[in-house]
Design a protein around this ligand. Structure first.
Ligand code: NAP
Length: 424
Protein backbone atom coordinates (compact mmCIF):
# COMPACT_ATOMS: atom_id res chain seq x y z
CA UNK A 1 0.00 0.00 0.00
CA UNK A 2 1.35 3.39 -1.00
CA UNK A 3 0.14 6.43 0.93
CA UNK A 4 0.43 9.90 -0.53
CA UNK A 5 -0.15 13.33 0.98
CA UNK A 6 -1.89 15.87 -1.23
CA UNK A 7 -2.48 19.52 -0.35
CA UNK A 8 -5.37 21.30 -2.06
CA UNK A 9 -5.31 25.09 -1.85
CA UNK A 10 -8.82 26.58 -2.05
CA UNK A 11 -12.00 25.12 -0.57
CA UNK A 12 -14.36 25.86 -3.43
CA UNK A 13 -16.12 23.45 -5.80
CA UNK A 14 -12.97 22.69 -7.81
CA UNK A 15 -11.02 21.90 -4.64
CA UNK A 16 -13.72 19.59 -3.25
CA UNK A 17 -14.17 17.80 -6.56
CA UNK A 18 -10.38 17.29 -6.75
CA UNK A 19 -10.51 15.74 -3.26
CA UNK A 20 -13.45 13.56 -4.29
CA UNK A 21 -11.60 12.40 -7.41
CA UNK A 22 -8.63 11.33 -5.26
CA UNK A 23 -10.95 9.55 -2.83
CA UNK A 24 -12.44 7.70 -5.80
CA UNK A 25 -8.99 6.74 -7.11
CA UNK A 26 -7.96 5.20 -3.77
CA UNK A 27 -7.67 1.40 -3.76
CA UNK A 28 -6.15 -1.47 -1.75
CA UNK A 29 -2.75 -0.40 -3.09
CA UNK A 30 -3.19 3.36 -2.99
CA UNK A 31 -4.39 5.83 -0.37
CA UNK A 32 -4.42 9.60 -0.03
CA UNK A 33 -4.30 11.96 2.93
CA UNK A 34 -5.83 15.20 1.75
CA UNK A 35 -5.23 18.55 3.47
CA UNK A 36 -7.43 21.35 2.16
CA UNK A 37 -6.22 24.87 2.84
CA UNK A 38 -8.52 27.88 2.63
CA UNK A 39 -7.83 31.55 3.34
CA UNK A 40 -11.34 32.38 4.65
CA UNK A 41 -12.63 30.98 7.95
CA UNK A 42 -15.34 29.24 5.88
CA UNK A 43 -15.13 26.68 3.07
CA UNK A 44 -17.38 26.14 -0.01
CA UNK A 45 -15.96 29.02 -2.11
CA UNK A 46 -18.44 30.27 -4.69
CA UNK A 47 -21.21 28.10 -3.26
CA UNK A 48 -21.14 30.36 -0.21
CA UNK A 49 -19.87 33.63 -1.71
CA UNK A 50 -20.95 33.52 -5.35
CA UNK A 51 -24.19 31.63 -6.01
CA UNK A 52 -27.17 33.98 -5.87
CA UNK A 53 -29.07 33.64 -2.58
CA UNK A 54 -32.38 33.27 -4.41
CA UNK A 55 -30.97 30.08 -6.01
CA UNK A 56 -30.86 27.83 -2.93
CA UNK A 57 -31.09 24.62 -4.97
CA UNK A 58 -27.68 25.26 -6.54
CA UNK A 59 -26.24 25.43 -3.02
CA UNK A 60 -27.36 21.92 -2.11
CA UNK A 61 -24.07 20.69 -3.62
CA UNK A 62 -22.58 21.73 -0.26
CA UNK A 63 -23.96 18.41 1.08
CA UNK A 64 -21.61 16.64 -1.33
CA UNK A 65 -18.73 18.82 -0.11
CA UNK A 66 -19.45 17.88 3.51
CA UNK A 67 -19.49 14.19 2.62
CA UNK A 68 -16.09 14.56 0.97
CA UNK A 69 -14.82 16.51 3.98
CA UNK A 70 -15.91 13.93 6.53
CA UNK A 71 -14.41 10.95 4.69
CA UNK A 72 -11.32 9.36 6.24
CA UNK A 73 -8.03 11.03 5.43
CA UNK A 74 -9.47 14.51 4.77
CA UNK A 75 -8.52 17.52 6.91
CA UNK A 76 -9.60 21.15 6.57
CA UNK A 77 -7.20 23.99 7.45
CA UNK A 78 -9.20 27.18 6.93
CA UNK A 79 -8.29 30.75 7.91
CA UNK A 80 -4.79 30.16 6.55
CA UNK A 81 -3.59 32.28 3.69
CA UNK A 82 -1.02 31.31 1.12
CA UNK A 83 1.48 34.13 0.94
CA UNK A 84 1.10 35.46 4.48
CA UNK A 85 0.70 32.32 6.62
CA UNK A 86 2.54 29.85 4.40
CA UNK A 87 4.17 29.61 0.99
CA UNK A 88 3.64 27.39 -1.96
CA UNK A 89 7.27 26.22 -1.65
CA UNK A 90 6.64 25.04 1.94
CA UNK A 91 3.74 22.95 0.68
CA UNK A 92 5.60 21.59 -2.33
CA UNK A 93 8.48 20.47 -0.10
CA UNK A 94 6.20 18.54 2.25
CA UNK A 95 3.44 17.11 0.09
CA UNK A 96 3.64 14.56 -2.69
CA UNK A 97 1.47 16.87 -4.76
CA UNK A 98 -0.08 20.32 -4.38
CA UNK A 99 -3.28 21.30 -6.19
CA UNK A 100 -4.19 24.96 -6.72
CA UNK A 101 -7.96 25.53 -6.69
CA UNK A 102 -8.15 29.22 -5.95
CA UNK A 103 -10.60 30.22 -8.67
CA UNK A 104 -10.85 33.61 -10.36
CA UNK A 105 -11.66 36.29 -7.84
CA UNK A 106 -10.91 39.47 -9.76
CA UNK A 107 -13.43 41.15 -12.01
CA UNK A 108 -12.25 41.98 -15.52
CA UNK A 109 -12.21 45.66 -16.38
CA UNK A 110 -13.83 47.37 -19.33
CA UNK A 111 -10.85 49.67 -19.75
CA UNK A 112 -12.97 52.71 -20.61
CA UNK A 113 -12.76 56.28 -19.22
CA UNK A 114 -14.69 56.82 -15.99
CA UNK A 115 -14.65 53.16 -14.95
CA UNK A 116 -13.08 54.03 -11.60
CA UNK A 117 -15.65 56.67 -10.63
CA UNK A 118 -17.50 55.99 -7.36
CA UNK A 119 -20.71 54.18 -8.27
CA UNK A 120 -18.93 52.01 -10.85
CA UNK A 121 -17.94 48.59 -9.56
CA UNK A 122 -17.45 45.01 -10.60
CA UNK A 123 -19.72 42.06 -9.88
CA UNK A 124 -16.57 40.71 -8.19
CA UNK A 125 -17.32 43.27 -5.45
CA UNK A 126 -21.12 43.37 -5.53
CA UNK A 127 -21.71 39.60 -5.44
CA UNK A 128 -19.51 38.85 -2.40
CA UNK A 129 -20.99 41.94 -0.69
CA UNK A 130 -24.54 40.55 -0.83
CA UNK A 131 -23.26 37.08 0.01
CA UNK A 132 -21.61 38.15 3.30
CA UNK A 133 -17.99 37.61 2.26
CA UNK A 134 -15.94 39.06 5.16
CA UNK A 135 -13.66 41.07 2.84
CA UNK A 136 -16.58 42.93 1.26
CA UNK A 137 -18.84 43.63 4.24
CA UNK A 138 -17.85 47.29 4.45
CA UNK A 139 -18.41 48.13 0.79
CA UNK A 140 -20.71 51.12 0.44
CA UNK A 141 -22.92 50.42 -2.56
CA UNK A 142 -24.72 53.55 -3.74
CA UNK A 143 -28.32 52.49 -4.30
CA UNK A 144 -29.72 56.03 -4.13
CA UNK A 145 -30.43 56.56 -7.82
CA UNK A 146 -33.44 55.41 -9.82
CA UNK A 147 -31.48 53.54 -12.52
CA UNK A 148 -28.67 50.97 -12.45
CA UNK A 149 -26.85 49.60 -15.48
CA UNK A 150 -25.39 46.10 -15.45
CA UNK A 151 -22.86 45.48 -18.21
CA UNK A 152 -22.44 41.92 -19.52
CA UNK A 153 -24.72 39.22 -20.91
CA UNK A 154 -23.79 36.24 -18.77
CA UNK A 155 -25.37 34.52 -15.79
CA UNK A 156 -23.46 36.71 -13.34
CA UNK A 157 -24.93 39.85 -14.96
CA UNK A 158 -28.33 38.21 -14.65
CA UNK A 159 -27.79 37.37 -10.95
CA UNK A 160 -26.69 40.94 -10.25
CA UNK A 161 -29.61 42.45 -12.15
CA UNK A 162 -32.10 40.17 -10.37
CA UNK A 163 -30.70 41.05 -6.95
CA UNK A 164 -31.12 44.75 -7.77
CA UNK A 165 -34.57 44.38 -9.31
CA UNK A 166 -36.22 41.94 -6.90
CA UNK A 167 -38.67 43.15 -4.32
CA UNK A 168 -36.17 42.98 -1.41
CA UNK A 169 -38.61 41.27 0.97
CA UNK A 170 -38.24 38.27 -1.38
CA UNK A 171 -34.73 38.02 0.04
CA UNK A 172 -35.94 37.66 3.65
CA UNK A 173 -36.19 33.85 3.45
CA UNK A 174 -32.71 33.57 1.87
CA UNK A 175 -29.17 33.65 3.24
CA UNK A 176 -28.42 37.09 1.75
CA UNK A 177 -26.22 39.11 4.13
CA UNK A 178 -28.32 41.15 6.56
CA UNK A 179 -26.44 44.33 5.59
CA UNK A 180 -27.37 43.76 1.94
CA UNK A 181 -31.06 43.11 2.64
CA UNK A 182 -31.17 46.28 4.74
CA UNK A 183 -29.48 48.35 2.01
CA UNK A 184 -31.63 46.85 -0.75
CA UNK A 185 -34.80 47.62 1.22
CA UNK A 186 -33.78 51.29 1.21
CA UNK A 187 -32.72 51.17 -2.44
CA UNK A 188 -34.22 53.79 -4.78
CA UNK A 189 -33.38 51.69 -7.84
CA UNK A 190 -36.44 50.86 -9.89
CA UNK A 191 -34.96 50.44 -13.38
CA UNK A 192 -32.22 47.91 -13.98
CA UNK A 193 -30.78 47.75 -17.48
CA UNK A 194 -28.74 44.71 -18.52
CA UNK A 195 -26.59 45.74 -21.40
CA UNK A 196 -24.99 43.34 -23.89
CA UNK A 197 -22.43 44.39 -26.48
CA UNK A 198 -23.60 41.74 -28.95
CA UNK A 199 -27.01 40.51 -30.05
CA UNK A 200 -29.36 38.13 -28.18
CA UNK A 201 -28.07 35.22 -30.29
CA UNK A 202 -24.62 35.68 -28.74
CA UNK A 203 -25.68 36.19 -25.14
CA UNK A 204 -23.95 33.96 -22.58
CA UNK A 205 -27.07 33.58 -20.38
CA UNK A 206 -28.26 30.00 -20.08
CA UNK A 207 -31.86 29.18 -20.81
CA UNK A 208 -32.94 27.92 -17.32
CA UNK A 209 -31.93 31.34 -15.96
CA UNK A 210 -33.86 33.13 -18.73
CA UNK A 211 -36.89 30.92 -18.20
CA UNK A 212 -37.19 31.86 -14.56
CA UNK A 213 -37.44 35.59 -15.29
CA UNK A 214 -41.14 35.64 -16.23
CA UNK A 215 -41.82 33.95 -12.87
CA UNK A 216 -40.52 36.95 -10.90
CA UNK A 217 -43.50 38.10 -8.90
CA UNK A 218 -42.72 41.76 -8.44
CA UNK A 219 -40.54 42.69 -11.39
CA UNK A 220 -41.44 43.64 -14.92
CA UNK A 221 -38.93 42.00 -17.30
CA UNK A 222 -38.65 43.71 -20.67
CA UNK A 223 -37.07 42.44 -23.87
CA UNK A 224 -37.92 44.23 -27.07
CA UNK A 225 -39.60 41.85 -29.55
CA UNK A 226 -37.80 43.48 -32.51
CA UNK A 227 -34.39 42.71 -30.91
CA UNK A 228 -35.25 39.04 -30.56
CA UNK A 229 -36.88 38.76 -34.00
CA UNK A 230 -33.76 40.27 -35.64
CA UNK A 231 -31.54 37.86 -33.66
CA UNK A 232 -33.58 34.87 -34.87
CA UNK A 233 -33.08 36.02 -38.48
CA UNK A 234 -29.34 36.53 -37.94
CA UNK A 235 -28.99 33.12 -36.26
CA UNK A 236 -30.43 31.43 -39.36
CA UNK A 237 -31.50 27.83 -39.78
CA UNK A 238 -28.29 26.14 -38.65
CA UNK A 239 -28.69 27.43 -35.16
CA UNK A 240 -27.03 25.64 -32.22
CA UNK A 241 -29.32 23.90 -29.73
CA UNK A 242 -28.40 26.14 -26.77
CA UNK A 243 -28.80 29.31 -28.82
CA UNK A 244 -32.21 28.17 -30.01
CA UNK A 245 -33.27 27.39 -26.48
CA UNK A 246 -32.10 30.85 -25.36
CA UNK A 247 -33.91 32.60 -28.20
CA UNK A 248 -37.09 30.61 -27.46
CA UNK A 249 -36.89 31.70 -23.82
CA UNK A 250 -36.25 35.30 -24.88
CA UNK A 251 -39.22 35.20 -27.27
CA UNK A 252 -41.45 34.19 -24.36
CA UNK A 253 -40.19 37.16 -22.34
CA UNK A 254 -40.50 39.56 -25.27
CA UNK A 255 -44.07 38.44 -25.98
CA UNK A 256 -45.28 38.59 -22.40
CA UNK A 257 -47.52 41.49 -21.45
CA UNK A 258 -45.96 44.30 -19.49
CA UNK A 259 -47.07 44.38 -15.86
CA UNK A 260 -47.58 47.33 -13.58
CA UNK A 261 -44.82 46.42 -11.11
CA UNK A 262 -42.77 49.42 -10.15
CA UNK A 263 -39.48 47.53 -10.61
CA UNK A 264 -38.26 46.76 -14.11
CA UNK A 265 -35.39 44.83 -15.61
CA UNK A 266 -34.78 45.78 -19.23
CA UNK A 267 -32.45 44.01 -21.66
CA UNK A 268 -30.46 46.14 -24.09
CA UNK A 269 -28.46 44.54 -26.90
CA UNK A 270 -25.77 45.62 -29.38
CA UNK A 271 -24.59 48.43 -27.11
CA UNK A 272 -20.85 48.85 -26.50
CA UNK A 273 -20.04 50.95 -23.44
CA UNK A 274 -17.48 53.61 -24.38
CA UNK A 275 -17.40 55.95 -21.36
CA UNK A 276 -18.77 56.37 -17.87
CA UNK A 277 -19.35 60.02 -17.02
CA UNK A 278 -20.06 61.94 -13.86
CA UNK A 279 -18.91 64.75 -11.62
CA UNK A 280 -17.22 62.90 -8.76
CA UNK A 281 -19.54 59.89 -9.17
CA UNK A 282 -21.33 57.94 -11.87
CA UNK A 283 -24.05 59.95 -13.62
CA UNK A 284 -24.33 58.34 -17.04
CA UNK A 285 -22.97 55.60 -19.28
CA UNK A 286 -22.26 56.40 -22.90
CA UNK A 287 -22.79 53.61 -25.43
CA UNK A 288 -22.12 53.19 -29.11
CA UNK A 289 -24.41 51.02 -31.15
CA UNK A 290 -22.24 47.94 -31.85
CA UNK A 291 -21.27 47.90 -35.50
CA UNK A 292 -22.68 51.38 -36.07
CA UNK A 293 -21.93 55.04 -35.31
CA UNK A 294 -24.93 55.94 -33.21
CA UNK A 295 -23.95 57.11 -29.72
CA UNK A 296 -26.42 57.35 -26.87
CA UNK A 297 -26.28 57.53 -23.10
CA UNK A 298 -28.23 56.30 -20.10
CA UNK A 299 -28.45 58.37 -16.93
CA UNK A 300 -27.79 56.23 -13.89
CA UNK A 301 -26.09 56.31 -10.50
CA UNK A 302 -24.75 52.77 -10.41
CA UNK A 303 -22.86 50.69 -12.98
CA UNK A 304 -21.95 47.09 -12.29
CA UNK A 305 -19.71 45.26 -14.73
CA UNK A 306 -20.14 41.50 -14.99
CA UNK A 307 -17.85 40.77 -17.92
CA UNK A 308 -15.85 37.84 -16.60
CA UNK A 309 -13.15 37.20 -14.04
CA UNK A 310 -9.45 36.54 -13.81
CA UNK A 311 -7.39 34.73 -11.21
CA UNK A 312 -5.70 36.81 -8.54
CA UNK A 313 -2.05 35.79 -8.65
CA UNK A 314 -0.29 33.89 -5.88
CA UNK A 315 3.43 34.17 -5.30
CA UNK A 316 5.42 31.29 -6.70
CA UNK A 317 2.83 30.31 -9.30
CA UNK A 318 3.07 31.34 -12.97
CA UNK A 319 0.09 33.29 -14.38
CA UNK A 320 -0.82 34.31 -17.89
CA UNK A 321 -4.01 35.99 -19.11
CA UNK A 322 -5.79 35.57 -15.79
CA UNK A 323 -5.06 31.84 -15.43
CA UNK A 324 -2.34 29.64 -13.95
CA UNK A 325 0.00 28.56 -16.75
CA UNK A 326 -0.64 24.82 -17.13
CA UNK A 327 -0.85 21.91 -19.52
CA UNK A 328 -4.05 19.94 -18.85
CA UNK A 329 -3.78 20.92 -15.18
CA UNK A 330 -0.06 20.18 -14.75
CA UNK A 331 1.93 23.28 -13.75
CA UNK A 332 5.47 22.16 -12.82
CA UNK A 333 7.31 19.88 -10.36
CA UNK A 334 4.58 18.46 -8.12
CA UNK A 335 2.15 21.35 -8.69
CA UNK A 336 -1.27 21.05 -10.37
CA UNK A 337 -4.24 23.34 -10.94
CA UNK A 338 -7.99 22.75 -11.25
CA UNK A 339 -11.16 24.80 -11.78
CA UNK A 340 -11.37 28.42 -12.89
CA UNK A 341 -7.68 29.05 -12.00
CA UNK A 342 -6.88 26.37 -14.59
CA UNK A 343 -9.31 26.97 -17.42
CA UNK A 344 -10.75 30.45 -16.81
CA UNK A 345 -14.14 31.50 -15.50
CA UNK A 346 -16.50 29.31 -17.46
CA UNK A 347 -18.96 26.53 -16.84
CA UNK A 348 -21.31 25.71 -14.02
CA UNK A 349 -20.31 24.22 -10.65
CA UNK A 350 -20.67 20.66 -11.94
CA UNK A 351 -18.21 21.36 -14.79
CA UNK A 352 -15.48 21.24 -12.16
CA UNK A 353 -16.22 17.62 -11.36
CA UNK A 354 -15.08 16.06 -14.63
CA UNK A 355 -12.36 18.67 -14.98
CA UNK A 356 -10.88 17.87 -11.55
CA UNK A 357 -11.24 14.12 -12.15
CA UNK A 358 -9.09 14.40 -15.31
CA UNK A 359 -6.40 16.41 -13.55
CA UNK A 360 -6.32 14.04 -10.56
CA UNK A 361 -5.91 11.06 -12.89
CA UNK A 362 -2.92 12.81 -14.44
CA UNK A 363 -1.57 13.66 -10.96
CA UNK A 364 -1.80 10.04 -9.83
CA UNK A 365 -0.10 8.83 -13.02
CA UNK A 366 2.87 11.11 -12.28
CA UNK A 367 3.38 10.24 -8.61
CA UNK A 368 6.78 8.85 -7.61
CA UNK A 369 7.50 7.14 -4.30
CA UNK A 370 5.71 8.69 -1.30
CA UNK A 371 8.05 11.21 0.28
CA UNK A 372 6.82 11.35 3.91
CA UNK A 373 8.28 14.83 4.38
CA UNK A 374 5.87 16.21 6.97
CA UNK A 375 2.75 18.27 6.57
CA UNK A 376 1.14 21.65 7.14
CA UNK A 377 0.98 21.32 10.92
CA UNK A 378 4.74 22.10 11.01
CA UNK A 379 4.19 25.38 9.20
CA UNK A 380 1.15 26.83 10.94
CA UNK A 381 2.08 29.94 12.89
CA UNK A 382 -1.24 30.90 14.53
CA UNK A 383 -3.84 29.13 16.64
CA UNK A 384 -6.98 30.31 14.82
CA UNK A 385 -7.03 27.58 12.22
CA UNK A 386 -10.56 26.48 11.37
CA UNK A 387 -10.65 22.70 11.14
CA UNK A 388 -13.59 20.63 9.90
CA UNK A 389 -14.89 20.37 13.47
CA UNK A 390 -14.75 24.14 13.97
CA UNK A 391 -16.45 24.63 10.61
CA UNK A 392 -19.21 22.18 11.55
CA UNK A 393 -19.80 24.29 14.65
CA UNK A 394 -19.93 27.53 12.61
CA UNK A 395 -22.19 25.90 10.05
CA UNK A 396 -24.59 24.55 12.70
CA UNK A 397 -24.69 27.91 14.51
CA UNK A 398 -25.54 29.78 11.30
CA UNK A 399 -28.25 27.29 10.38
CA UNK A 400 -29.71 27.45 13.91
CA UNK A 401 -29.71 31.27 13.84
CA UNK A 402 -31.55 31.23 10.52
CA UNK A 403 -34.23 28.75 11.53
CA UNK A 404 -36.54 31.05 13.55
CA UNK A 405 -36.25 33.62 10.75
CA UNK A 406 -37.25 31.13 8.05
CA UNK A 407 -33.82 31.37 6.43
CA UNK A 408 -31.57 28.46 5.43
CA UNK A 409 -28.89 30.18 7.52
CA UNK A 410 -28.09 33.58 8.96
CA UNK A 411 -24.54 34.21 7.84
CA UNK A 412 -21.96 35.61 10.20
CA UNK A 413 -20.08 38.26 8.32
CA UNK A 414 -16.86 39.27 10.01
CA UNK A 415 -13.90 36.98 10.55
CA UNK A 416 -14.15 37.58 14.32
CA UNK A 417 -17.82 36.60 14.39
CA UNK A 418 -17.11 33.46 12.37
CA UNK A 419 -14.19 32.45 14.58
CA UNK A 420 -16.32 33.05 17.68
CA UNK A 421 -19.00 30.72 16.34
CA UNK A 422 -16.27 28.12 15.91
CA UNK A 423 -15.17 28.71 19.53
CA UNK A 424 -11.78 29.96 18.35
P1 NAP B 1 -19.72 34.79 -19.05
O1 NAP B 1 -20.79 33.78 -19.11
O2 NAP B 1 -18.43 34.51 -19.75
O3 NAP B 1 -20.31 36.18 -19.58
C1 NAP B 1 -19.52 37.31 -19.69
C2 NAP B 1 -20.25 38.36 -20.49
O4 NAP B 1 -19.46 39.56 -20.47
C3 NAP B 1 -20.45 38.00 -21.95
O5 NAP B 1 -21.74 38.36 -22.32
C4 NAP B 1 -19.42 38.89 -22.67
O6 NAP B 1 -19.83 39.31 -23.94
C5 NAP B 1 -19.41 40.10 -21.76
N1 NAP B 1 -18.21 40.89 -21.93
C6 NAP B 1 -16.93 40.49 -21.83
N2 NAP B 1 -16.10 41.53 -22.05
C7 NAP B 1 -16.88 42.60 -22.29
C8 NAP B 1 -16.63 43.96 -22.57
N3 NAP B 1 -15.37 44.42 -22.64
N4 NAP B 1 -17.67 44.80 -22.76
C9 NAP B 1 -18.94 44.35 -22.68
N5 NAP B 1 -19.26 43.06 -22.39
C10 NAP B 1 -18.23 42.21 -22.22
O7 NAP B 1 -19.27 35.11 -17.55
P2 NAP B 1 -20.06 35.26 -16.18
O8 NAP B 1 -21.41 35.83 -16.35
O9 NAP B 1 -19.08 35.94 -15.30
O10 NAP B 1 -20.22 33.75 -15.68
C11 NAP B 1 -19.08 32.92 -15.45
C12 NAP B 1 -19.50 31.46 -15.51
O11 NAP B 1 -20.28 31.15 -14.35
C13 NAP B 1 -20.37 31.13 -16.71
O12 NAP B 1 -20.03 29.87 -17.21
C14 NAP B 1 -21.77 31.14 -16.13
O13 NAP B 1 -22.70 30.36 -16.84
C15 NAP B 1 -21.52 30.58 -14.74
N6 NAP B 1 -22.60 30.98 -13.83
C16 NAP B 1 -23.66 30.16 -13.75
C17 NAP B 1 -24.74 30.51 -12.97
C18 NAP B 1 -25.93 29.59 -12.90
O14 NAP B 1 -25.85 28.46 -13.31
N7 NAP B 1 -27.06 30.04 -12.40
C19 NAP B 1 -24.73 31.71 -12.25
C20 NAP B 1 -23.63 32.54 -12.37
C21 NAP B 1 -22.56 32.17 -13.17
P3 NAP B 1 -19.15 38.72 -25.27
O15 NAP B 1 -19.75 37.36 -25.45
O16 NAP B 1 -19.52 39.71 -26.30
O17 NAP B 1 -17.67 38.64 -24.99
Amino acid sequence: MKSYMVAIVGAGPAGYFAAQALQNLASDELSFSIDMIERLPTPWGLVRSGVAPDHPKIKTVSKVFEKIATAEGFRLFANLELGSDLTIEQLKERYDAVVIATGSARGKKLGIPGEDLPGSLSAATFVPWYNAHPDFKDEQIDLSSQTAVVIGAGNVAMDVARMLALEPSELDPTDTADHAIEALKKSAIRNVIISARRGPEHAAFTSPELRELPKLEHTNVIMHPEDIAAAIVRAGDEIEKDTKSNLDAMTLIAESDATSHERTMTFQFLATPIEIKGDGKVEEVVFQHTGGDEVFSIKCGLVITAIGYEAASLEGIPYERGKVVNTDGYVSDNLYVVGWAKRGPSGVIGTNKSDAADVMKLLVSQLGEPKSAGDITEIITHNKVVTQLHWQQINAAEVAAGEPLGKPRKKAVSREELLNLGAL
